[in-house]
Design a binder for this molecule. Structure first.
Ligand code: ZN
Length: 178
C-alpha cells in the first residue's frame, strides 16, 4: 500500500482536477483494489474521515469513509464501545433519498488544509453504491457524521467543495494564518 499525494486547492493543476465532474468507475478489479487500499492508507495517515478518488487525482466516482468507533468512559475508568468503527468503500455512490431537515456543523477537507467552516447538510441521507465485490448495497437513512461524510464525499465527485456551501466567506476559519 502507498500513501498518495492529496491534491490541494492551492495548486492550480490540482484545483482543475478537483473541480471536474467524475465519471463512473471503469478501473479493473486489481487497480480498483489497489486504489482503495491506497486511499485508506492516505486518509489514515492524516486522520481523515473520508476521501474521494479525485483528491488523489483519479476522476472516477469512488469514495472511502471511516467513521471512528464511539466509546464512553465509565466511572471505573474503563471504556464501553457505543458504536463500532464503520468503514466503507463506495463505488458509484448515489444519494437516493434525503431528509427535509438540515444540520449545521463544522467541516474541513483534506484538500483545503487548515480551513474550517459551518456547513449546512441534510440530517439524513440514503445512499446506494457498489462495494469491491460488486454487490449493490444501500445505507438507509444514515445520520450524524456518516450522513455528513457521504454528502461531503459525493460532492467531491461532482467537483463541489465544502466552501461552495458557505454563503459568507468571512465565516471560513483559516488556522494557517492565525
Ligand atoms: Zn473533502
Amino acid at each position: 500500500m502507498t500513501v498518495r499525494r492529496i491534491l490541494s486547492i492551492e495548486n492550480s493543476d490540482d484545483l482543475s482536477i478537483l473541480r471536474q465532474v467524475c465519471t463512473p468507475v471503469t478501473l479493473t478489479k486489481g487497480h480498483l483494489t489497489t486504489l482503495v487500499d491506497d486511499m485508506f492508507e492516505t486518509m489514515d495517515a492524516v486522520e481523515g474521515v473520508g476521501l474521494a478518488a479525485p483528491q488523489v487525482g483519479v476522476t472516477q466516482r469512488l469514495v472511502v469513509i471511516r467513521i471512528p468507533a464511539r466509546s464512553e468512559k465509565r466511572k471505573d475508568g474503563s471504556y464501553v464501545e457505543l458504536e463500532p468503527e464503520q468503514t466503507y468503500a463506495m463505488i458509484d455512490p448515489v444519494i437516493t433519498q434525503t431528509s427535509e431537515s438540515t444540520i449545521n456543523a463544522t467541516e474541513g477537507c483534506l484538500s483545503l488544509p487548515g480551513r474550517y467552516a459551518h456547513v449546512k447538510r441534510l440530517s439524513w441521507v440514503t445512499c446506494e453504491y457498489r462495494d469491491l465485490k460488486g454487490r449493490n448495497l444501500r445505507i438507509r437513512r444514515a445520520t450524524g457524521l456518516l450522513a455528513r461524510a457521504i454528502q461531503h464525499e459525493v460532492d467531491h465527485l461532482n467537483g463541489v467543495l465544502f466552501i461552495d456551501h458557505v454563503s459568507d466567506p468571512s465565516t471560513i476559519e483559516d488556522i494557517r494564518t492565525s
